[in-house]
Design a protein around this ligand. Structure first.
Ligand SMILES: Nc1ncnc2c1ncn2[C@@H]1O[C@H](COP(=O)(O)OP(=O)(O)OP(=O)(O)O)[C@@H](O)[C@H]1O
Ligand SMILES: [Mg+2]
Length: 284
C-alpha cells in the first residue's frame, strides 16, 4: 500500500514519501513538527490507510518504558490476598492475574498486525527512547515474574511523535526514519481548511489567511498560532457570522481582527500585535 493522504487529511508529497519509506524499511517513523501540525492525526490516518487497528500510547513525564511492556500489579494482589483471608483465593495464587499487558505486548501478540503510536516521546526521561526501541528491535522481551518470553507475531508499524522539548539519544535516532512536518504554506493550508470547511467563502478565507500569516510572521511572538488554532478561529468566524470587512484593512483604519483570542494565547503577544496594528494605522 502507498499512503496518499485521505479526504480527511492533507499530506504533502514529502510526508507521503517519508511514511512509505518508514513502512518499507520497517523502521519507526519519528515525526516532529510544531504543535498542531497534524502529527497525531497522521498516525490515525496511516493506520486507517493500512487497514490496521491503532494502539495509542500517550507519554507523560512519569511514563517508564517498562509500562509499555507490562506492569506487575503488586498492590491489587496484596489487597486481594487480604480480602480472601487465610485460605487465599485461586486468583491470588496465580501471578498471571496481576500482570498488566502494556501496549507493546498487545501490539506484539495481536491477531493481526497493528499500528502503534507513541505520542510525545520527548516528555519522558532520557532513558525511555533507548529502552523502548531495544525491545521493539528484538521483537521479544522477558517477563521475569512469570518466567515467560513474549515474542512478536508481527512487527508493528510504529509512529513516534516529538514536540522537540528534549534532544533524543543517537542510538534511538539510528533506528528511526525521521520526518519534520514543515509548517504548511498558504496553498497547503487552503487545502487543509477545505477539508474542514468545504464551501467556505474564498474571499473570507483569503483575508483570514492573510491575517493569520501576518500574525505568524510577527517578530518576537512567544507562541505562534498553528493549524488547529486557525481552524478554531475560522469556525468562530463562521459561527458568529463575522462580516468580511471586519477582517479587511480599510484605507483609513486597520482593525484588530475579531476573536483574536483563538490565535494569540498570551498577553504579551496580544500587546505586540496591537502595537503593530497601531503603527500601521499611523503610517497610513
Ligand atoms: N494536514 C492536515 N490535514 C487535515 N487536518 C489537519 C492537518 N494538520 C492539522 N490538522 C488539524 O489540526 C488539528 C491538530 O492536529 P493534531 O492534533 O494531529 O496536531 P499535533 O501535531 O499532534 O499537535 P500536538 O503537538 O499539539 O499534539 C487536527 O485535529 C486537524 O483537525
Ligand atoms: Mg499530538
Amino acid at each position: 500500500m502507498k499512503f496518499q493522504g485521505s479526504d480527511q487529511y492533507v499530506a504533502t508529497p514529502d510526508l507521503m514519501l517519508a511514511v512509505n519509506a518508514a513502512v518499507t524499511l520497517k523502521r519507526p517513523l519519528l515525526v516532529k513538527g510544531e504543535p498542531g501540525t497534524g502529527k497525531t492525526m497522521l498516525a490515525e490516518e496511516v493506520a486507517t490507510a493500512l487497514g490496521m487497528p491503532l494502539l495509542q500510547w500517550h507519554i507523560k513525564s512519569t511514563t517508564k518504558a517498562q509500562q509499555g511492556l507490562y506492569e506487575y500489579d503488586a498492590v491489587s494482589r496484596l489487597r486481594d490476598s487480604q480480602l480472601a483471608g487465610v485460605e487465599g483465593g485461586a486468583k491470588v495464587k496465580d501471578i498471571h492475574n496481576y500482570i498488566v499487558k502494556g501496549v507493546l505486548w498487545q501490539a506484539f501478540t495481536a491477531e493481526q498486525p497493528v499500528a502503534l503510536h507513541i505520542d510525545e516521546i520527548d516528555q519522558a526521561d532520557i532513558e525511555f527512547p533507548n529502552d523502548l526501541l531495544r525491545e521493539n528491535d528484538r521483537r521479544e522481551f522477558y517477563v521475569y515474574e512469570t518466567r515467560e518470553l513474549v515474542q512478536a507475531r508481527h512487527r508493528p508499524v510504529v509512529f513516534i511523535t516529538s514536540n522537540n522539548e528534549k534532544e533524543l539519544p543517537d542510538a534511538f535516532l539510528r533506528r528511526c526514519f525521521f520526518h519534520y512536518i514543515k509548517f504548511p504554506d498558504a496553498d497547503t493550508m487552503r487545502a487543509i481548511v477545505d477539508v474542514h470547511f468545504p464551501g467556505l467563502k474564498q474571499e473570507l478565507l483569503g483575508h483570514a489567511l492573510k491575517t493569520f500569516y501576518d500574525i505568524r510572521n510577527l517578530p518576537g511572538l512567544k507562541k505562534k498560532p498553528s493549524t488547529s488554532e486557525l481552524l478554531d478561529w475560522l469556525k468562530l468566524l463562521v459561527a458568529e457570522d463575522i462580516p468580511l470587512d471586519a477582517l479587511q484593512s480599510k484605507d483609513d483604519k486597520v482593525a484588530i481582527p475579531p476573536l483574536v483570542g483563538a490565535l494569540l494565547k498570551n498577553e504579551q503577544d496580544v500587546t505586540l500585535f496591537e502595537k503593530l496594528v497601531f503603527m500601521q494605522r499611523h503610517n497610513r
